[in-house]
Design a protein around this ligand. Structure first.
Ligand code: AMP
Length: 506
């Protein structure tokens, strides 16, 4: 199974086997035929409605129509930008102002915000897909053209749009299908929001291999009882999630190979896989293959992977992040001198190869700071620290900056600081992570408050949290607030986050 063109491969499945199931939501299933037909109708509408080839925002959760909208954009040569419906209004506005999309397709409930960008809502989408097909000229995204743009946390409070080209995606998908032994027709767990690039690991592997997606929506995930009754019924063959989500699932004692025998493979990505989670999973699912994979959004989901075995767990005290995919090169750089370090020594992980992005949308400054060319291939500075063993196994050693992963979500601490400091009740603020076994367990905000009339600290905290939630995602709101008269400073007068982190994590 080798993929040359993403859209064409999906179309081929649809024309060969239109009744093949592509999306399975409980009793409701959708087929490749429906995906192809509906996306054609929506693509015709796009071409008839908008002239520009600027990207299209697709807003919603894990609805099937989201996939239809993605494919419709791709069929007309347009990139799409997935935005999750729980994104605060202010953040949506920031994304719109960076991206300047041609249109917003809203499958979820669109929030009222001031924008001149036209919006096609769910009712209109429903009308379009129930109407007669229109003729349009198919011009699928290909080569270096941007396939999707995923926005991630940026240090200045403005999200960065990572542009992933068609060929970036092809490089990733071919590696995933071959190195993880994914045969055709498997059912993949779809749990990560589409705005998180982990979702790509399920979506495009499934769609290009005649597989299907089983969505697990937020309403189910947030309800333990519903989650544990739903999971065994999903009939998943390939599990794709963050280790954090797995940690939650392991709280259910019956989540094992005996009760959920359909799972034959686990693919983890997005954050460190704690050794404890890996060992427990090996015990619970002795028949399944468990893979730890690693990579940033900027290099298209993941660039390395390793099969987790008992032997591997006995050899290493942190789970290795894998062997680098064949078409890609990883090397290590001294972050200060920017010189390449000999293999075996620790340094910043640099990724170079065909799945490395062309850069951040409309952000040449950040692009230049993180991307460069190396031996004719694009290269990206990950900000991750690592080294490689003699037999080519990549080991992860943490971050060199203030980016953290919390429940699998990528957060720049400076992003939270920026928005927290703009809350009127806050004079100055800095956020630090509290770790347990290399994993962020809590975000703690150190705040110098403005004069206020709240009697109790918890009232002040509640008010600050409320204001902050207008600007940042839920997972970026600190759990603990510590009020101080002044923040620790470095000798040259900057807030001393490093010392605070050391204080919080003795
Ligand atoms: P994202 O762009 O959201 O996928 O986040 C990428 C970052 O997540 C990487 O730069 C790492 O810091 C972290 N990460 C991803 N996968 C792993 C892994 N398997 N082990 C440790 N850290 C990881």
């Amino acid at each position: 199974m080798k993929v040359a063109n993403i859209v064409q491969t999906i179309e081929d499945w649809a024309s060969r086997e239109p009744d093949r199931v592509v999306y399975c939501e409980g009793q409701v299933t959708y087929t490749y035929g429906q995906l192809a037909e509906w996306s054609d109708k929506l693509a015709a509408y796009l071409d008839a409605t908008i002239k520009s080839k600027a990207p299209i925002v697709v807003y919603g959760e894990l609805e099937f129509e989201m996939l239809v909208a993605f494919l419709a954009a791709s069929k007309t040569g347009r990139a799409y930008i997935p935005i999750e419906s729980s994104t605060p209004k202010d953040r949506v506005e920031l994304i719109l102002s960076v991206a300047q999309p041609a249109l917003i397709i809203s499958i979820g409930d669109w929030q009222e915000l001031a924008t001149s960008i036209p919006i096609t809502n769910r009712e209109t989408v429903n009308e379009i897909i129930s109407a007669e097909s229109l003729i349009y000229e198919k011009q699928p995204v290909m080569g270096d053209q941007t396939y999707y743009i995923i926005f991630t946390s940026g240090t200045t409070g403005v999200p960065k749009g990572v542009q992933i080209s068609h060929d970036n995606l092809v490089s990733f998908v071919n590696w995933e299908l071959s190195d993880f032994n994914l045969r055709e027709g498997l059912q993949f767990l779809s749990q990560a929001p589409y705005s998180f690039d982990l979702s790509v690991m399920g979506v495009y592997s499934a769609l290009t291999s005649g597989g299907s997606l089983a969505p697990l929506k937020k309403s189910v995930i947030n309800d333990f009882k519903a989650l544990f009754t739903t999971l065994p019924k999903l009939d998943i063959n390939v599990w794709v999630s963050t280790p954090s989500f797995m940690k939650i699932c392991l709280m259910e004692p019956t989540f094992d190979g005996h009760h959920v025998p359909s799972i034959e493979r686990f693919l983890f990505c997005g954050e460190e896989l704690p050794k404890k989670t890996a060992v427990e999973l090996l015990q619970r699912f002795p028949e399944a293959e468990i893979y730890n994979t690693y990579g940033p959004t900027e290099a298209t989901v993941a660039i390395s992977g390793v099969l987790v075995t008992s032997e591997l767990m006995e050899t290493y005290n942190r789970v290795p992040i894998g062997y680098v995919k064949e078409d890609t090169q990883v090397f290590f750089m001294d972050p200060d001198s920017e010189t390449i370090i000999e293999n075996g020594q620790m340094g910043e992980i640099i990724i170079s190869g065909p799945s490395v992005s062309k850069g951040y949308l409309n952000n040449p400054e950040k692009t230049q700071a993180a991307f460069f060319e190396y031996q004719g291939q694009p290269a990206y500075r990950t900000g991750d620290c690592g080294r490689v063993t003699e037999d080519g196994l990549l080991l992860y050693e943490g971050r060199i900056d203030f980016q953290v992963k919390f429940h699998g979500y990528r957060i720049e601490l400076e992003d939270i600081d920026h928005h927290l400091s703009s809350v009127s009740l806050v004079k100055q603020a800095v956020v630090v992570p509290k770790y347990q076994e290399h994993k962020v367990e809590q975000l703690i905000a150190y705040v110098v408050p403005e004069a206020h009339s709240y009697e109790k600290e918890f009232q002040l905290t509640k008010a600050i949290k409320e204001s902050l939630s207008e600007f940042v995602m839920d997972y970026m709101i600190p759990q603990r607030f510590v009020y101080v008269d002044q923040l620790l400073q470095t000798p040259n007068g900057k807030i001393d986050r490093k010392s605070l982190i050391n204080e919080v994590n003795p």
